[in-house]
Design a protein around this ligand. Sequence first.
Ligand code: ACO
Length: 330
Amino acid sequence: MSEQKRCGIIGLGRYIPTKVLTNKELEKMVDTTDEWIVTRTGIKERRIARSDEATSDMAAEAARAALKDANLTANDIDLIIVATITPDMFFPATACLVQDKLGCRTVPAFDISVACSGFIYGIAIADQFIRSGTYKHALVIAAEKLSSVTDWSDRSTCVLFGDGAGAAVLGPVKDGGILSVSLGANGKQGDLIKLPAGGSRIPPTVKSIEDKLHFIKMNGSELFKHAVRIMADAALGATQQLGLKADDIKLVIPHQANIRILKAVAKRMGLTEDKIYLNIEKYGNMSAASSAVALVEAVQEGRIKKGDKLLLDAFGGGLTWGAMVIEWSR
Ligand code: ACO
């Protein structure tokens, strides 16, 4: 019997828009303070994409950087997955637009919509195709332009979100790679964070626009309660499959929703806070792109070395969640 193939991350890249929106600037837009935002969320500033910059533009930039890092070209890619809740449009899929921008072959390309868990779901899907030998190299891109669906007059949401993109090239590896995956969803909690209009339930009308139904609506405090338990349980799901203890994990790369959520998750998992990678203060919550960009930056900062076990952990709208253990193989 042939040995089971292993799949790992062999290239990483990110794209961060240049425009910075600080808490001080938000103070002039809504009734808030820098102090409130920093204390309640850990966010100091976030990035905002240009008006002529769509999700596929950011996704393509991140993908180019990841291809370069992997020493591959667009021609080497066999599968493209884009995780986003802010696609350029309903269809074609943002992944198809990225395929064209990069000049890839006519390989399969599709989007997944699982909000902040999208990067982990995307890697989990690509992992199956690569381990089975169906495809050799996959691009998994998480990209969001949340500024385009944010109500800039709603202080309870507009201080939280930002724009950006992260990308990973996945391919066969000799050692390590993706060791375990734990995914889940609970549609009963879908109302906690959603973008109500624009789809078949509430197609765009003058009224839907006047009612601001094309913006993110969120029950923040209720989400907070679920987030800690969900992220800790997802993490346990991924580590227990391997019989790993908290100490065996070098670094947790979590979805960056709120620093208080992440500190509570660390406590629940029995981890010291220094084992949780944080960049929320610079970018806020970029939904699917958050954990992707965090992974890119953790690697660039030398926080992850060959042989280290890291844990990706996220929850998001749906509700959805996902965690995976990766042994770094580069
Ligand atoms: N500035 C000042 N005051 C504010 C602001 C603000 N920006 N926003 C809310 N407040 C006020 C509220 O009006 C409320 O005032 P009141 O007591 O007079 O009614 C008070 O602050 C407390 O509000 P809470 O909502 O209870 O504040 P909380 O401590 O829960 O923090 C927050 C709010 C930051 C949103 C938190 O609940 C949170 O992070 N929740 C999780 C959100 C999340 O993870 N979302 C992403 C999901 S992932 C995805 O799918 C994109």
